[in-house]
Design a protein. Structure first.
Lengths: 261, 236
């Protein structure tokens, strides 16, 4: 039984102590319970890099599938029901169940975990891309058509730039979710993520568990902030103005994932 | 009896000698015989979800009404709930453990925190979307601000509020599958205990999806029942 969890946790000083120990673990190497050395900047860096590598690979795979499909469905206006219900179905499947489905059927390792994460990331991107494309003012699309734009040109110069903020909102939701879920990758046989000290506290100790949990939270928040900034950067000035003028609720329109009524 | 459930791979499967079970396959026979082992985790799961979403609504709803009246509160509340929403639940469980200890309390706190942004946003959007004419009509009839809220604004905001409740509920069903990390049981516990066994993954994961779908439909029906005027409008 973990001595930390039993008593002595009631004073605020001790409470700070646990989190202080966690930070200490991240920067200073020490002897782990299993005998080998754990913690320290080098190991933290390796786990962090593994975590980021896995998340980026999964996001690239998800974007490679979801963006083209969303753009085509959005441009043609077909398959709207599918595009929107994908988000609802995606929400109902627990991320950990999806990871274990891939583990049970295809085995352990980086590639299978990555595929499971990618599958997890597809629905918000696909749905937001579709909705973003559909929400483009029809008059603008007609104007483009009237100017003799080809379908490809219309997508590239009119629809996609206007849909981009919503597309990125979907990417942002997925990226944060993927970063969060990469934490449980060690359960499916890919140990090089920040989830390893969290799951294998027997090896890393409780300081490792708390330290890694803090770092995972930090990575997720950083991801969220980065994408929020990117989203602001790609929002065309005109769209920003019209939103600021007519709506007071711009806090939320940025991160919405639509649902079926 | 159920407390020892899922503590070891060996316990979870009886060594019946069935080749399907030994090959980690999908075995209808095994599933039919062992469904009872999922009953308690399932009920724990339901409890975690219902408690967290209810608590979330009890917190988010007054916050949204307050922010609706005092607009300057929107940004700080949205930012704080946004950060809570962003923190991965596994990390949240282990950051709470030193404070609240292992058990359902830790899981429910983390899951509740996760629902706040969704519920706050939807309640506020629902209230904001109430037509000004409806408000004026209410005021003209001599309603006080409080009566206006409960008799005019809230009923009209219900569809948006219920939509938020549906999103929050299905999301929480998924996250509650991680609650076993906090020692709070749920379907994640049997799921993780024998994750190489396809039958087990299928049943535990499938029950999560079923639960999410079921709760979603229940809330949708409740919404239809509570807002009969939307049906009348659709029919007209």
């Amino acid at each position: 039984m973990d001595p930390r969890e039993g008593g002595g946790m009631t004073t605020s000083l001790a409470f700070l102590g646990v989190f202080g120990d966690g930070i200490d673990f991240l920067v200073r190497e020490r002897q782990g319970r299993g005998g080998g050395n754990v913690g320290g900047l080098q190991q933290t860096g390796e786990l962090l890099w593994g975590h980021i590598k896995l998340s980026i690979a999964a996001m690239l795979a998800a974007c490679a599938v979801a963006l083209p499909v969303g753009v085509v469905l959005g441009h043609t206006g077909r398959g709207g029901f599918v595009a929107v219900s994908v988000a609802n179905i995606g929400r109902a499947v627990p991320s950990i169940a999806l990871i274990f489905v891939f583990f049970a059927w295809f085995g352990a390792g980086f590639f299978n975990v990555m595929l499971a994460l990618a599958l997890l990331a597809i629905p918000p991107i696909l749905t937001n891309t579709y909705v973003g494309m559909r929400e483009v003012d029809r008059e603008l699309v007609d104007a483009g058509r009237g100017m003799g734009m080809s379908a490809w040109r219309l997508v590239r110069s009119v629809e996609l730039p206007l849909a981009l903020p919503l597309v990125l909102a979907g990417v942002r939701v997925s990226a944060v979710n993927v970063v969060a879920t990469a934490t449980i990758a060690p359960l499916a046989g890919f140990a090089d993520t920040l989830g390893d000290p969290i799951i294998n506290a027997g090896v890393y100790g409780d300081e490792g568990r708390v330290g890694a949990a803090m770092l995972v939270a930090l990575v997720a928040i950083t991801t969220e902030l980065l994408f929020a900034a990117a989203q602001r950067a790609v929002t065309p000035e005109g769209v920003k103005l019209s939103r600021g003028g007519s709506r007071q609720r711009s806090h939320f329109t940025n991160r919405r994932v639509p649902t079926t009524p | 009896m159920i407390a020892v459930l899922a503590q070891a791979d060996g316990f979870f499967r009886d060594r019946s000698g069935s080749s399907c079970v030994e090959n980690n396959g999908v075995c209808p026979g095994w599933i039919a015989d062992h469904l009872d082992r999922y009953v308690d985790p399932f009920l724990q799961h339901v409890w975690l979800v219902v408690a967290s979403v209810t608590l979330g609504l009890l917190i988010a709803f007054p916050l949204a009404v307050l922010a609706y009246r005092r607009r300057w509160l929107i940004a700080p509340i949205a930012n704080v709930t946004g950060i809570l929403y962003t923190i991965p639940s596994v990390a949240a469980f282990f950051l709470l453990l030193p404070i609240t200890g292992r058990g359902p309390l830790t899981a429910i706190i983390a899951l509740t925190a996760y629902t706040l942004l969704i519920l706050f946003r939807n309640v506020l959007e629902g209230l904001d979307a109430v037509p000004e004419e409806a408000r004026d009509a209410g005021r003209g009839m001599g309603l006080t601000e409080r009566q206006l809220l409960w008799r005019v604004e809230l009923p009209l905001a219900l569809p948006a509020i219920m939509a938020g409740l549906r999103i929050a509920t299905t999301t929480t069903v998924g996250l509650a599958a991680l609650a076993f990390f906090a020692g709070a049981g749920g379907l994640g516990e049997p799921l993780e205990a024998d994750k190489a066994f396809k039958s087990n993954v299928l049943v535990a994961g499938g029950l999560c999806v079923l639960l999410a779908t079921f709760l979603d439909v229940v809330i949708l029906l409740a919404q239809r029942w509570m807002t009969p005027w939307t049906r009348a409008r659709a029919a007209a």
